[in-house]
Design a protein around this ligand. Structure first.
Ligand SMILES: *Cc1c(COP(=O)(O)O)cnc(C)c1O
Length: 401
């Protein structure tokens, strides 16, 4: 399965991802010999004596000083995430958006320019388009999938290309090999939001991406109970981001890190099942007479099927589909569901369905929505870990006339 070809570290590099998800970053012996990770619920840390201080300040011995500068429970989460993603280093944040915005702010200064693809996460786009302007940072939004336009958008002052793969809601796949070539040619950094893929399905750093962003809220924590985020990459870049994070101050709390670590232990089991279920559901939907179109990267008719197969282990747990009929047919379908919960987000144990037109794009006009491809009858299904047939039965019931 997911053996890593990655860097050498403290870990034994031949261990499978499923093993490392349980153990990576975790000291073998812990406080009171507990098997689980202790939650170090403290805002400050003490020094034993003056020599201890100097060992820390002058000799760089590992020690924690103050909660905003780091916490041992968070450190374990960072080490584990870095290991899974084949990254040298990682910083965890209170949310995926906190990771994304802090990372971007670390990299740009007034007069810079960035390139971002148009089907990036809505709040990421909004941040780049609106807020970065306030700091004199210019942003070009390019249509996803057109690498010619993307390359031509790069200017002398471009700092990075930001993209996502797979994207929401159409599960477009960004060609990591192509983008690496373009980025190298123009000497710009590559940032990729890999939330939909997770390190089980795709490890962008192994394709040469500079920084990976994760909303750990989704698959990595996996239980719809916390918000968390991470940035991963080379130490030299990640350390700069960590430093700004210490000033911004929105630090994740240790209990939340504990829940993230607990979620991580089962994440390969869950994602493997979610990959399988989503593919089964996608195939079912494809054969259903009331379904107009299905979007899933591991279906042969998906426009990026070849690239997806090349760079991903599985297609992920999200399937989008358009049903026949009007918005009222869409509402009727959704209202008949009994197992799938109606709600945003993805990657948790419960299956969730969302109707982008009514939720994320409720404040857009119908014309604006259709320009973005958000039709009245489009759904995004994020499968949980329930039995695949039970999910299919629920959808089949919902689609009955
Ligand atoms: C959810 C999500 C985010 C934002 O993460 P939060 O943890 O909600 O802040 C960013 N990118 C993608 C692709 C997401 O799905």
């Amino acid at each position: 399965m997911a053996k890593s070809s990655g860097k050498k570290g403290s870990r034994r590099i031949n261990q499978d991802l499923s093993t490392r998800s349980v153990h990576a970053g975790e000291p073998r012996r812990k406080y009171a010999d507990s098997i689980t990770t202790p939650i170090i619920q403290t805002s400050t840390f003490t020094f034993q004596n003056s020599r201890h201080i100097e060992d820390y300040t002058k000799k760089g011995k590992e020690h924690f000083e103050y909660g905003r500068y780091g916490n041992p429970t968070a450190k374990i989460a960072e080490k584990r995430l870095a290991d899974l993603e084949s990254a040298e280093d990682c910083v965890v944040f209170t949310s995926g958006m906190s990771a994304i915005t802090t990372t971007i702010l670390t990299l740009v200064q007034s007069g810079d320019h960035i390139v971002i693809t148009d089907d990036s996460y809505k709040k990421t786009l909004e941040f780049c388009r609106s807020y970065l302007k306030q700091f004199g940072v210019d942003c070009t939004i390019v249509p996803f999938g057109d690498y010619g336009i993307l390359e031509r958008a790069i200017k002398k002052n471009t700092r990075f290309i930001f993209s996502e793969s797979p994207t929401n809601p159409y599960l477009n796949i960004f060609d990591l090999i192509k983008i690496k070539k373009i980025a190298d040619k123009h000497n710009v950094l590559t940032l990729i939001d890999s939330t939909f893929a997770t390190p089980f399905n795709q490890r962008p750093i192994e394709f040469g991406m500079d920084l990976v962003l994760q909303s750990c809220t989704k698959y990595l924590a996996g239980h719809n109970d916390i918000l968390a985020g991470a940035v991963l990459g080379r130490s030299e870049l990640v350390e700069k981001i960590r430093n700004l994070h210490k000033s911004m101050g929105g630090l994740i709390d240790p209990h939340c890190c504990y829940l993230l670590l607990r979620g991580l232990k089962t994440f390969p089991l869950r994602v493997k099942k979610q990959n399988e279920t989503a593919l089964q559901v996608a195939e079912f939907l494809e054969s259903h007479p009331r379904v107009k179109k299905v979007y899933y990267p591991f279906l042969k008719n998906h426009p990026h099927y070849e690239v997806a197969k090349e760079q991903m282990t599985g297609g992920g747990g999200v399937v989008s589909f358009d049903i026949k009929g009007s918005i009222n047919d869409a509402k009727r379908f959704m209202d008949r569901l009994q197992l799938c919960y109606i709600g945003p987000s993805l990657g948790g144990v419960e299956t969730l369905i969302t109707h982008p037109a009514l939720v994320s794009y409720y404040d857009y006009s119908r014309k604006e929505r259709y320009q973005l491809g958000i039709t009245d009858t489009l759904f995004r299904l994020a499968v949980g870990i329930e039995d695949a047939q039970d999910i299919i039965d629920d959808i089949e019931h919902g689609l009955k006339k």
